[in-house]
Ligand binder design. Sequence first.
Ligand SMILES: *Cc1c(COP(=O)(O)O)cnc(C)c1O
Length: 348
Amino acid sequence: MIATPISSMIDLRSDTVTTPSTQMREAAKTAEVGDDVYHEDPTVDRLQSAVADRLGFEAALYVPSGTMGNQVAVRTHTERGQEVILDKQSHIYKWELGGIAQLSGLQARTIDASPRGIPSPEQISDSYIKQSLHRPGTGLVCLENTHNSRGGLAITPERIDAAAQAAHDFDIPVHLDGARLFNAAVAHDVPAERFTEHIDSVSLCLSKGLGAPVGSVIAGSESFIEQARRVRKLFGGGMRQAGIIAGPALVALENIDRLSTDHTNAQRLADGLARLPDISVTEPETNIVLVDTTRLDWNGEQFLSKCQDVGVLGTEYGEQTARFCTHLDVDRSEIELAIERIQSLIET
Ligand SMILES: *Cc1c(COP(=O)(O)O)cnc(C)c1O
């Protein structure tokens, strides 16, 4: 088999692989900047206000990555030694190098919030620990929407509200890892701020489906963000003339409505792959398609290496699972081509 040249690879590894548009590069070039550690960058301020407004929060803070956004938020809400309640498949627990323990001295209380990754009110009350001489006490509940590891599931605002209510009944704050919150908003056709009505903070990635080159934003109350600004500095995330990247990130906010195109493409990819023999596909709710390779007698890694040979890239997601993610830089014709390429692989 002749290896597919890199240039014609269809890259479905993640929605983070998009490259900045001409308009974004132009925004970088013309951005008005200042030293953001001194809080003097007008473009960063504009970005933070735009996100805070959209999510119904008083204030927001620009951070270099989604991981830092979550870690800063978690640290800001908690005290050393406390427990954090989270789904065992959550990004914060699973994919952030145990950061809550390493950076903030916290203990994870994981729960199995199957199947959708949103803990029920009962799970939250059952996991709550009251502080005592012998027990650390619960300091925070973390939620995630869309839920990445569970296949980009779009949790409803009502489920978020119910979980938040259960936490607040114990006076515990709630952080929402909303790396792809706009995907959930578009999938449910409700404004993003509807999901954040009852939560205390949110983090949001600008560099995924929205296509910004760099950055995430966390949002919350004025006092939360004031404290978070110090934690961001502590974690090394204070940036200087960050308007250079905040400018393109502002342009990225214009891409919210077009996320529906990624969802349609994911649906098309799932339908196309589901028709192939021995492939099982999880019905996508947003821009993530999970493929189960068990019946092919290949593990996820073998399947993906064969996909790569025919020019389609995805990521391994567990032993028998591959993940394909649609985004701004793959159009419908490339999705059709990806299906054809994978078909050629399976039928030979
Ligand atoms: C991608 C992602 C993050 C982390 O974002 P990075 O910018 O890669 O650090 C956090 N949470 C979820 C749910 C994600 O999908």
